[in-house]
Design a protein around this ligand. Structure first.
Ligand code: PGA
Length: 248
């Protein structure tokens, strides 16, 4: 199981960041879970410097460019030098700021070129009775994968995050049955881009109000390969509970 802790902008204090990293290191000893921390960029540099633990690091986003005169941009190569091995891309909070599928597809290419594993976030804003939202999801995945070589496609992680389920209570997270359906649908779409049987080699994560209570049911029922966790990942008690639930 892969657990990506998306700290968003929830952790502005360096002392708190260090404590959460120390906790993650203690929790990462089981071979059943891979913990990936996504702190804000300056803290990623600080925590990942000289990291010899099993905890891995993800950028929360990267620039769509490679280098040059771009004040304020952080490019993939910088995150790779700083110790990141993954990057979240296309999070709904970035899409809400105007990022298009085409821009996110460029970022996926930039990430792969620098050896960062892209965690491509996809998910519908809301559901409609005629299931139009499925074609939106298909476009989010397809636009990113179409530009990649067959081998590169197998190096991507998909994080299914329905926007309506993000930042809510556990009761409002997706049901295990619905998640199972969505994972099957995503694997079907992936099947159009990778050879027969290969879709199961692309990890599919779920994100949206995951907590220590619902995580086990979702993990057992839905054939997901892990979780992308926001709020519960910056609360030490919740995060420890969540990882322990998946290790058990
Ligand atoms: P949440 O966030 O766990 O707070 O719902 C998930 C995410 O946005 O990645």
């Amino acid at each position: 199981m892969i657990i990506v802790a998306n700290w968003k902008a929830y952790v502005p204090e360096v002392s708190r960041a260090k404590k959460l990293f120390a906790l993650a290191k203690r929790l990462a000893t089981s071979s059943k879970v891979t913990i990936v921390l996504a702190p804000s960029a300056p803290f990623l540099g600080l925590l990942a410097a000289g990291n010899r633990s099993k905890v891995a690091f993800a950028a929360q986003d990267i620039s769509s460019r490679t280098d040059g005169a771009m004040t304020g941009e952080s490019v993939a190569a910088v995150f790779a030098s700083a110790g990141a091995t993954y990057t979240i891309l296309g999070h709904s909070e970035r899409r809400a700021l105007g990022e298009s599928d085409a821009l996110i597809a460029e970022k996926v290419q930039r990430a792969l070129a620098q050896g960062l594993t892209p965690i491509l976030c996809v998910g519908e804003k809301e559901r409609d009775a005629s299931a139009e939202y499925l074609s939106g999801l298909r476009a989010q995945i397809g636009t990113a994968l179409a530009l990649l070589t067959p081998k590169e496609r197998l190096g991507v992680i998909i994080a299914y995050e329905p926007v309506w389920a993000i930042g809510k209570s556990a009761a409002e997270a997706i049901s295990a049955t619905d998640l199972t359906e969505m994972v099957l649908y995503i694997r079907k779409v992936l099947g159009e881009y990778v050879p027969h049987k290969a879709p199961s080699r692309i990890p599919v994560l779920y994100g949206g109000s995951v907590d220590p209570v619902n995580v086990r049911e979702l993990a057992a029922a839905a054939q997901v390969d892990g979780f992308l966790v926001g709020r519960a990942s910056v609360d030490p008690v919740s995060f420890a509970g969540l990882v322990k639930a998946l290790r058990a």
